[in-house]
Design a protein around this ligand. Structure first.
Ligand SMILES: NC(=O)C1=CN([C@@H]2O[C@H](COP(=O)(O)OP(=O)(O)OC[C@H]3O[C@@H](n4cnc5c(N)ncnc54)[C@H](O)[C@@H]3O)[C@@H](O)[C@H]2O)C=CC1
Ligand SMILES: CCCCCC(=O)/C=C/C=C\C=C\C=C\[C@@H](O)[C@@H](O)CCCC(=O)O
Length: 267
């Protein structure tokens, strides 16, 4: 089990919702945490709140839009200057916007790739790094489709595929870095109200009742429950390439088939 005392973590989308919960559980377990978010006001307020609760200088906020390569790189350098190292990197920032779908891809998928490559470059043993762990936040919609949000679904499938491929690369090439994904069902944060917003859902607003019925099948989780899942993926040294599915009736590591199950067809 990885001990978190003295480790340095980075969490994107940390100003509210799941990111805030992830940052807090890492602080509670002894890590120092760099908070990254596009929302400067909420981020700075959270920095003050966390430093008061967990000790001065345990947390620092960096304003970053994860769709900007430059902002991400600049912030990473500043984090290294302040904290000296990065051991844990949680790519959590994500949005739902089916109308501005290229923006959604740039944040939800490209943002995860940007953060992961920055972290990997620093952590990889072949670069003289100390190893570490990366956790990418996908969704249950990265394992099965959410009809109302095809672009969001595509980005989350992308996060799962990217995480699994890179985890395999890390194992084969011995990077010394573990890369895992989280796939929670609905979680009580401001994001779940998106299904009712024409601005975010656009042409798929007619499917709101379909999402509502899915929410009855998968009742909302609390941020604190999902945060325990992050802690498991960070601490358990045996987990690389793991996808943790989380639902109200239980959490579990997803078993992916070694062979593709298929029904034969005549060609
Ligand atoms: N709430 C839910 O039901 C579920 C959420 N997720 C995923 O969890 C992650 C976090 O979502 P929530 O906390 O629910 O959402 P949220 O909307 O409450 O928080 C998202 C945070 O990300 C920040 N953010 C947005 N765009 C950004 C950008 N370009 N650069 C940096 N920060 C940015 C926001 O300012 C906000 O602080 C997302 O990746 C989401 O897809 C996964 C499954 C379920
Ligand atoms: C519109 C609000 C979205 C909030 C953010 C989010 O990512 C929430 C996802 C929640 C659930 C997605 C579920 C998708 C499920 C289906 O594809 C289903 O077939 C998966 C089956 C899993 C099972 O074991 O039953």
């Amino acid at each position: 089990m990885m001990a978190l005392q003295g480790k340095v973590a980075v969490v994107t989308g940390a100003a509210q919702g799941l990111g805030k919960g992830f940052a807090e559980i890492l602080l509670q377990n002894g890590a120092k945490v760099a908070l990254l978010d596009i929302n400067e006001k909420a981020g700075k307020e959270l920095e003050t709140q966390f430093n008061e609760a967990y000790g001065a200088d345990r947390t620092h906020f960096y304003p970053v839009d994860v769709s900007s390569d430059q902002q991400f790189k600049d912030a990473f350098q500043k984090i290294l200057s302040k904290f000296g190292q990065v051991d844990i990197f949680c790519n959590n920032a994500g949005i739902i916007n089916e109308k501005q779908w290229e923006k959604t891809v740039s944040i939800n998928l490209c943002g995860v790739v940007r953060g992961t490559y920055l972290a990997l470059e620093h952590m990889k043993k072949e670069n003289g790094g100390q190893g570490g762990v990366i956790v990418n936040v996908a969704s249950l919609a990265g394992l099965g489709p959410l009809a109302q949000t095809p672009i969001y679904t595509a980005t989350k499938f992308g996060v799962v595929g990217f995480t699994r491929a890179l985890a395999l690369a890390s194992e084969v090439a011995n990077y010394g870095v573990r890369i895992n994904a989280m796939c929670p069902a609905f979680v009580r944060t401001p994001l779940i109200d998106s299904f009712n917003s024409e601005e975010q859902i656009g042409q798929f607003m007619g499917l709101a009742d379909f999402t509502r019925s899915l929410m009855e099948k998968f009742p909302s989780l609390e941020v604190e429950e999902v945060s325990k899942g992050l802690l498991l993926l960070v601490k358990d040294d045996s987990l690389n390439g793991a996808c943790l599915a989380m639902m109200r009736d239980g959490a579990g590591l997803v078993s992916f088939p070694k062979e593709i199950p298929k029904t034969p067809v005549a060609l």
